[in-house]
Structures are given as C-alpha cells and as structure tokens.
Ligand binder design. Sequence first.
Ligand code: MV4
Length: 451
Amino acid sequence: MKIGKVLIANRGEIALRIHRACQEMGIRTVAVHSTADAAAMHVRLADESVCIGPPPARESYLNVAAILSAAAITGADAIHPGYGFLSENANFAEMVEAHGFVFIGPRPEHIRMMGDKIAAKDAMRRLGVPLVPGSLGALASLEEARQVAAEVMYPVLIKAAAGGGGRGMKVAQDESGLEEAWRVARTEAKAAFGDDAVYLEKYLDRPRHIELQVLADTHGHVVHFGERDCSLQRRHQKLVEEAGSPVLDAAQRDALGAQVTRALKQLGYRNAGTLEFLWQDGQFAFIEMNTRLQVEHPVTEMVCGIDLVKEQLRVAAGERLGYGQSEIRFQGHAIECRITAENPDTFLPSPGRVTTYHAPGGLGVRVDSALYSGYAVPPHYDSLIAKLVVHGGTRAEAIARLRRSLAEMVVDGIETTLPLHLAIMEDPEFQAGDYTIHWLEQFVARRNPAR
Ligand code: MV4
C-alpha cells in the first residue's frame, strides 16, 4: 500500500513534527484545525488544510465525522492521530480502516486491549513480562481485595481498569484504609469512565518510571529503541525525560528489551508502542502500555539516530523493518524539557500572544515547537508550547547543553516554565541522576516554601 497523502489529526508541535517527516518522505499532508487554530503553524505548512469545527476539542479534534470527511474530500490515504485526542480510541482506528484509510498506529484490538489496564496486565503476565504483584484480573469483592492485600502486603493501591496516567488510583496504607480506598476508587472510576472495575497492586513507595519504546512491522518483526526515564513528573504531567535512564546499564536494557520484543511478537503487535514500568531496587514491573507515539519520543530518536514517525509511516505502508535489533545502537545521552505556557511556580495556565520567540540552536540542540513571534497561544488546549531536546556525548554534557540552551531561549509575552527547567538542570541531585517519581513535587515545594 503506497501512502501518498497523510491527514494529520492533531495540532501544535506534534502536527508539525508529523508534517516534517511526511515532507521529507515525499508524502503530501493535510492539516485539520479548529477555528482557534486557523493561524497555526501546522496549518500554514501543510499542503492542504480543512477547518473541522469550533475551538472545543469535542467539536473539532475529537470530531470523528468531520475528520473522516476531511480525509475523504482531500483524497488522503492515511491518518496519523499524533498523541492525545483520538490517538488511543480503538473505535476511531476501526472507523478509519472501515472507511478505507490506513490508520498509522496499532491494530484496533490492541488499542482496546491496552486501554483496559486489567487486560493489558493479563496479556503481559501470560507473555512472561514481570508485573507489580497484585490481583489477577478485576476484584470481585472487598473480601477478595482483603485477601490479595494480605498476600502482597500493605501498602496497596486500588486502580481503575479504565484508568491510566494516574486517574482513579487510591492508596491503602493498611487494612483499616482498604474499605475506603475500595469504595472511593470504584465510585470515581464509575463517574470518570463509566466502568467501576478495579484491581489491586502492591504500592511501590519510591520507584522510577522507566518506559521502553518498541516498533513492529506487519511481517512479525519487532525491535526496541531502548528506554526513557520519565520519573520527573508533577501531578502526572511529565516535565523532563531522558534517554537512557541514569540507573540502567546496557545489559539490563538488553534483557528487558529481549523480554518485551518476544512478548509483542507473540501478540502480533503492529506499529509503535511504549511499555511503562516501575523500577525499584533493580526490578522492573510492567504497569501499562501506551499504543501511540508519545510526546517524549524525540529523546529516543536522538540517541538512536532514527526518525520514529518515518518508521511508523513505513510499517503502516506494509514495509518490512529494514534492520534488526543488533543494528540499533545507543549513542550518548538525550534530555527533553517540556516547556509549557504556565506560571513556573503556580502552574496556572498563561495563554496569550507571544511577542518575541527565539529558539536556541547549535550542535545537539533540537526544538520541536509550533510557536512563532506574534502567535497567540489559545486557551482551549494543553499548555505545551515547545520541547527543547538536547543530545550530548554524556549525560553531563547534555545537562550543560540544556543549561546553555534554556538560557538562550526567549519566549516573551506569556509566562513559561523555562525558569523552572533551568533550576532543575542546576540541581545537584538531578545532576547526580538521583531521583524517583516523587522528586519533582518535593523540588517544587522547596522552591515555593510559602505555598
Ligand atoms: C503505581 C505507583 C506505585 N505502585 N503503582 C501513576 C500513573 C500510572 N501510570 C501508574 N502510577 C503509579 N502506579 C504501584 N503499584 C505509583 C504511581 C505513580 C506514578 C507513576 C509514574 C510516574 C509518576 C507517578 C506519580 C505518582 C504515582
């Protein structure tokens, strides 16, 4: 199947990122946009554009009928969903294919499977991937929760099957807190997802969040592109990601990669995906799988020297991976700072007009951003305005390069998290690579003692 034209069902930096890969491959692009994004960079650069609705995402970037119509009238061959919006909607993927377009992503059945966190864990357990100890499947009763919690030992977490990304989780420190956690988790899960199925895991108190990037073609070949350490998060929003993890060596990466690629091959997985693990005391435990291109994919691209979006397009067109695992090499170290239009202390959103924008440059510096001087950041969408990604021969060089690049970067007219990123890069604990998923919240609290 030749892909000659791709509709990009997204906005902002990721729409631009996908457009760039298409253009270099000689593939024409169709941008779709809301009325709030008529002047956006992805619309200006695409070969064609279609307005699909008013500013609220529900009526534009989540409007399946409008997006499929735009693909039909422009004669697109394929649809790339980017991240967020419809990217992990199995029904959308199914409809894209039913209408005769190529969905640039996994099979709908795998999107659906991984969207159900219980089904995802069950599949990975059967395929031999290590998990956090906990319930096998959904909890049938509070009584069952008590039994499993006694086996795996407190503290425990109750998680929503339909959750993920931190939504619908409740900790129970001991048996006296279990009933409350069970009740609240189920009520919240029902309200948020319309599904009150919950499961139980032993609560890991100081893990790192390490994820593995994989890619599969439609001929049974699966490779991995190493790990990213995404432990630096605040309220489940990642701020900084690195490849590789400061705590893994090549042997540990190879061992995890071999286990995971074997599992996905058995599953018949296709296209790009990311397996999320918690890492504590030298052990990996699978928690979730993301069936999309992720925001932080550039750090992997920088250390592997590959373009993941081009690889997605190639395997979606039915091409074979032209290389094996042994040809994928990891060079140096890459770090990404997610720069958002937010106050760097309160994290209150700060949309508005960017009066001056100046991106840093130089060797090993990449900026993925759809900003330009005079652009107005709309208030309707998430606040990510730029990803500053650097590559260095060593982690220390990458940090020095980030400090230099952050100082060079100018975004005037709105508040941004640039000062926070600079402070993180200057912190001795960060520099030592000595952090867990709790580090950033504590760092932010230390910076704002009054709050
Ligand atoms: C956990 C955990 C500790 N123990 N599971 C949060 C988001 C979702 N992807 C899973 N999450 C967690 N699951 C067990 N058994 C701690 C978290 C967690 C977390 C994980 C990754 C990155 C940041 C986090 C922040 C708070 C809690």
